[in-house]
Design a protein around this ligand. Structure first.
Ligand SMILES: [Zn+2]
Length: 94
């Protein structure tokens, strides 16, 4: 699988480290221990299109959000994590 890093260009996924679900939301501070436990330790195993954090460990060391199909490994989009967060803050607009 090739990941097209916005800084380095297309690179083998072996240069990257998967860092988990980019859609998980941090629970509120007063949400209670069960909500925080689930956020840290309980993971979904989605099938199909999904947004994930990846770290370019063997390259620019940038945090990325890769939107890919978990079944076919087709990659739809790669953005920096900061761009992803800016989109979330603006309601998903590019
Ligand atoms: Zn890179």
């Amino acid at each position: 699988m090739l990941i097209d890093c916005p800084h380095c260009g297309p690179r083998s996924n072996e240069e990257f480290t998967a860092k988990g679900d980019a859609t998980a939301k941090l629970p509120a501070g007063d949400a209670g221990p069960e909500a925080h436990y689930r956020h840290v330790f309980v993971r979904d195993n989605p099938r199909g299109r999904h947004e994930e954090f990846w770290h370019h460990t063997g390259g620019c060391r940038c945090w990325l959000v890769v939107t890919r199909d978990t079944v076919t490994h087709e990659i739809f989009e790669v953005t920096t994590a900061s761009e992803h967060l800016e989109r979330q803050a603006s309601g998903g607009k590019k």
